[in-house]
Ligand binder design. Sequence first.
Ligand SMILES: [Zn+2]
Length: 199
Amino acid sequence: MAIIWPCPLTSSSYAAAGQRIVVPAQACPSCSRPLTGWGGYWRWVRSERLPAQRIWIRRGWCARCRRTQAFLPSFLFARRLDEDAVIGSALTLAVGGRGARTIAQQLAVPHTTVRDWWRRMRTRAPMLLTSLLALATSLDPAPVSLRADGAPGVLEALESTWQRARQHLDARIPDRWAFWSLVSGGLALAPNTSPPFPP
Ligand SMILES: [Zn+2]
């Protein structure tokens, strides 16, 4: 189980902090009780034009639910090695009609990885679209006009929802990809089919 927290740091600054990384207090997603520190683990993150970096992921423990939660910084999606901006660039290029191999070369990631992100987004497009539009209209009741459906529609909906969140919630909201990870609990591109956006 993972909680995405709004991390203001870049992946490099985060990596440089090592195990001294500070995560704001987090609540248990099931019972809302504050989680207590429960060590952590090392994992890798791959960012554009940087060698893979090892980062420390803190973990919290809920004594009532007897469950640990990993605190993932918002520049990550759950179970994805690459930073959100890399995934976002790849999806934007794919929507623009670029092929997986070209994108992979440009971003220096394996083309099978690009193909997987793209396939995931296309498969989940109806659900992703519904969730984003619900969030957008909860922030501002004006309807969101989309010029496309499917994967291109998802990116359009993400853009509108992100703009509304910046306008109505907080202008310091992170970039659109980190925002997507935050609102989807890191699961926007996850293989499972459960609703990606927790209440
Ligand atoms: Zn709990």
